[in-house]
Design a protein around this ligand. Structure first.
Ligand SMILES: Nc1ncnc2c1ncn2[C@@H]1O[C@H](COP(=O)(O)OP(=O)(O)OP(=O)(O)O)[C@@H](O)[C@H]1O
Length: 240
């Protein structure tokens, strides 16, 4: 496996609380990888360290051959790694197109080129009929799609999705899974933080389970989910 992202010995403390301890794993350029674990395990903290929202206390994070630990989010984004947020916060009072265009400016400083790039992303995500709609008027599923559109407009090599399916109906989840599933063939690797085991099983080739800030198990998704330690720690029951 040629790794696009590699974490080695990543730890993060908040005062006396060790939110992450010695976390390490690699993600390839063509895969959809899951980070799973119970509430409070450290998944969001891990995303924040990778995407540059907070620096790790120690350890190294490499992306596309460069050290990115401790770098600012905009620098990491310009290298091609971008995240979405659990709580979606589009620019209110701006249309879908304008929201995506703001993100496209990071690659296309000229307004016309940014608009063309934004429209391409909107088409890719089947949002053409929403292009001129104000972000205030979108429902939860449309907002989650806009969040992904804004991330894709930065033209990433890797997308970190923090609970991108939260609050969606079964049908909306299927649509969103189809969108995510198509990303590797467009040259975009994906890491999801996701609570639903069926979704992780259907989407992700490999997964890492984090408990109490540490890697419990990492490997092919089916193997990880069947692991008795995961059944015990994450699903709350030991396998017979
Ligand atoms: N800025 C912070 N200051 C202090 N403690 C924090 C901070 N951010 C996270 N923590 C703590 O770090 C631990 C890991 O939290 P984190 O949000 O990363 O877990 P999580 O796995 O994403 O949980 P959830 O599934 O509920 O979103 C928790 O004990 C949390 O209270």
């Amino acid at each position: 496996m040629t790794a696009l992202l590699t974490l080695e010995g990543v730890s993060k403390s908040f005062g006396g609380l060790n939110a992450l301890r010695d976390v390490g794993f690699s993600v390839a350029a063509n895969e959809i990888f899951a980070i799973i674990g119970p509430n409070g395990a450290g998944k969001t903290t891990l995303f924040n360290c990778i995407a540059g929202a907070i620096p790790p206390s120690s350890g190294t994070i490499r992306f596309a051959g460069q050290r990115i630990d401790g770098r600012r989010p905009h620098e990491i984004c310009s290298l091609g790694l971008v995240r979405t947020f659990q709580i979606v916060k589009p620019f209110r009072g701006m249309t879908v197109l304008e929201n995506v265009k703001v993100a496209a400016f990071s690659r296309h400083p000229a307004a016309r080129a940014a608009e063309i790039a934004a429209r391409r992303v909107i088409e890719r995500l089947d949002m053409v009929e929403l292009a001129e709609v104000d972000a205030d008027e979108l429902n939860v599923a449309q907002l989650r799609r806009l969040e992904i559109a804004r991330a894709l407009a930065t033209e990433p090599k890797m997308l970190l999705l923090d609970e991108a399916l939260a609050g969606l109906t079964a049908t909306e989840t299927t649509v969103m899974c189809d969108i995510i599933r198509r990303l590797p063939e467009q040259g975009i690797a994906v890491i999801v933080v996701e609570h639903s085991i069926p979704v992780v099983s259907s989407l992700c080739s490999r997964a890492v389970v984090i408990t109490f800030g540490e890697v419990l198990v990492e490997g092919p998704t089916r193997q990880v989910i069947a692991d008795p330690r995961v059944q015990e720690a994450y699903l709350g029951k030991a396998e017979a």
